[in-house]
Design a protein around this ligand. Structure first.
Ligand code: FES
Length: 201
């Protein structure tokens, strides 16, 4: 006789409520990205390959643009961990996308300093210029507008970040058309990264 209660395992009782990513198309690293990942893994002790999950996910995003369930499973196989380990990282960090995004992802900080300095108006101007709502991508697949939390440049609010990498500070609603049109015609080369010398007027 057992004193353990009967638990209905396998009947939906023991499952996470968390929504999982769409499986998406089949995914495997290109030879180049796999080689890059293996090189990065040499920076960690062999028993700590899991430390390279972040780097692996950046490579997935570079290759496919966003991270699917199949990509997470592939990363888990390559790293030697569980798909749940990979999913934990994907869902914790905001720089990973689990659905398709535009060529240029424009993320407007909405945290306090930026909010007080007009971030909402910057987002509205971007959305108006691109004719999308926040979190939407333009019909031509070029731009996605998102709201983001603090980007660490609060003294130069409001801040817009392009593709997880390029900060544009002290942005005003009237600046965003130039930012977008520059990307459209000149790509990332049109960006001047930080607008550190720009003064608010
Ligand atoms: S509040 Fe926007 S960068 Fe910190």
């Amino acid at each position: 006789m057992s004193f353990h209660p009967q638990m209905p395992y396998g009947e939906g009782w023991h499952k996470s409520e968390r929504a999982t990513a769409e499986p998406g198309p089949p995914f495997a690293f290109s030879a180049e990205h796999r080689a890059q990942l293996e090189e990065l893994c040499t920076h960690y002790p062999p028993e700590r390959r899991k430390s390279a999950i972040l780097a692996a996910l950046y490579l997935v995003q570079a290759q496919q643009g966003y991270i699917t369930g199949n990509a997470m499973r592939h990363v888990a196989e390559v790293i030697g961990c569980t798909a749940a380990d990979v999913e934990d990282v994907v869902t914790y960090y905001v720089m990973f996308f689990t659905r398709p995004v535009g060529t240029y992802v424009l993320q407007v900080c909405r945290t306090l300093s930026c909010a007080l300095n007009g971030a909402e108006q910057v987002t509205a101007a971007l959305c108006r210029h691109l004719q999308v709502a926040p979190n939407q991508t333009t019909a031509d697949g070029m731009f996605t507008v998102m709201e983001f939390e603090c980007l660490g440049a609060c003294d130069r609010a409001p801040v817009v970040m392009v593709n997880n990498e390029h900060w544009h500070e002290c942005q005003r609603p009237e600046d965003v058309a130039g930012l977008v049109d520059g990307l459209r015609t000149g790509g990332l080369a049109s960006l001047s990264t930080c607008h550190l010398v720009k003064e608010r007027t």
